[in-house]
Design a protein around this ligand. Sequence first.
Ligand code: MV4
Length: 508
Amino acid sequence: MFKKILIANRGEIAVRVIRACRELGITSVAVFSDVDRASLHVRKADEAYHIGPPAAAESYLNFSKILGVAQLSGADAIHPGYGFLAENAKFAEACAEAGVKFIGPTSASMEMMGSKTRARQEMEKAGVPLVPGTARGLESAEQAEEVAARIGYPVMLKAAAGGGGKGMRLVHTREQLKSALEGAQSEALRSFGDGEVYIEKAIVNPRHIEMQVLADEHGNTVYLGERECSIQRRHQKVLEESPSPIVGPDMRRRMGEVAVRVAKAAKYTNAGTVEFLVDQEKSFYFLEMNTRLQVEHPVTELITGLDLVHLQIRIASGEKLPFTQEEVRIRGHAIECRIYAEDPDNNYFPSPGTITLLLAPSGPGIRRDSGMYEGWTVPVDYDPLLAKLIGYGTDRSQAISRLVRALNEYFVGGIKTNISLFRRILGDADFLAGRLDTGYLDRLLKTKLPEAKGEDAEVAAIAAGLFAVLEPAPAVAGGGCSVNGASGAMNGSAASGWRKAARTEALR
Ligand code: MV4
């Protein structure tokens, strides 16, 4: 077993991995850039090394700085977390060359899954269900038109080097195809240095359901249940849950067996996720494989009772999986909310700043994986994910009620957050009925908030006026206040709504 692990990441995932190291009796080494000197992962690690200025290329993406700390600290393994270098095959190779174990798959598995066309070619061989289309880049507009006529419109043009929604184009008619193809190829060349573009039949309003897989280095591969990830905004997941409201035991087994086939075809080792598109008839199609631990891993941990980071570290140290597929049990329901420093009243733009007050929820069935603390300043330089709030219950409705209760306990003062968005989602009829697809959140955000009517409008006006008078200087947006008796603490974004209402009220 490793004695010392370097966590090549920051924020909540670095804290998460440091905790796993502590529980396994492994010394943890943090790395930090200038703006992260006072961050939570630095405070919790056993050792911490400064690696440079805020720019990721000069710090968290910098091979030589990270490997330099590994060598200096005597770390025998590196955990990459997610993002940054987690799916960088060249970094995994550099670790191997430096004699430091990369806690994740081999560079060969990453390379196979990094090219969406190469992945499709390998999956075709493995008999994995694919969306109809080509497994190679398109040679000409004529070929594109011929394939599109065969599979039927609408079609999706995709960059082979893309992923996560980057380099995709939806095409509805033959007339649009030629220019869309040229646009997609030049954008792919510009964005990824690789202009290869392939074509698939577009699955309209699909669900995005992914399967967690885990493989040791001795040929044992299992699936650990699915995650419903359809609630996304601009290809950024917002809320994930497990099990999926539409996946029953039989579908779970069929998707799981396909996911294991995908992992075996990729000679995959460690934790990974196989993404599927699911159509209205509940047919599922391989989309891509993520060769990393994902943000949403806690929902799988809660319903299986497994610690995925412990298992990643054990697998990387050469241990065999300590259980068989038959021993995997799914129990209960888990839902994760990604708490972002974003302003829902300002198009979800990042909202950095200093956290002046932090009231964090806990209690039955609540897990919080957080990278923030009261007094910490959220930097502008990185992804604004602050924390993940996960509600667990014996069934979906208990998980929802616990999450709603916890969200009403959550207060982050001094910055704006998207906490108010989750109250809307968790109270929405379509969500409650499990009527979800990748367009769900766009539709929800298009519908306006119900306007206050009659006496409610009066109460709202008074509260807004009070807020405008009591509210400290605009720079310190947010501030708890009790509205009509219910002591509902509000976060900054709700406050700005009140301030707006006060302004409009004053203008009347
Ligand atoms: C698709 C699709 C529908 N049809 N491909 C988005 C990112 C990457 N994982 C692939 N994605 C999709 N590929 C076909 N043939 C729908 C998605 C998709 C999606 C598309 C638009 C908006 C949000 C989305 C979320 C997940 C998947």
